[in-house]
Design a protein around this ligand. Structure first.
Ligand SMILES: [Zn+2]
Length: 67
């Protein structure tokens, strides 16, 4: 017997209070682990995790699965 479990509703609205945040951000130079070009990241690269430039980050960031 198969009962589809489609009883959940995913998320509610897309209204977050997160807009743009002004303020100085410390940028750290890093080398993109994908294309190898220099980039700056708003966090300190630990060396354990690959750092991606903006373009590559778009490719590597997890996608949201929406039905
Ligand atoms: Zn890159």
């Amino acid at each position: 017997m198969g009962y589809g479990d489609r009883n959940f509703r995913g998320g509610q609205g897309g209204q977050g209070g997160r807009g743009r945040f002004d303020g100085p951000r410390e940028m750290h130079k890093a080398t993109c682990a994908d294309c190898g070009k220099e980039c700056e990241v708003p966090f300190k690269p630990s060396g354990e995790r690959p750092v991606y430039c903006r373009d590559c980050y778009q490719k590597h960031k997890p996608k949201k699965n929406r039905f």
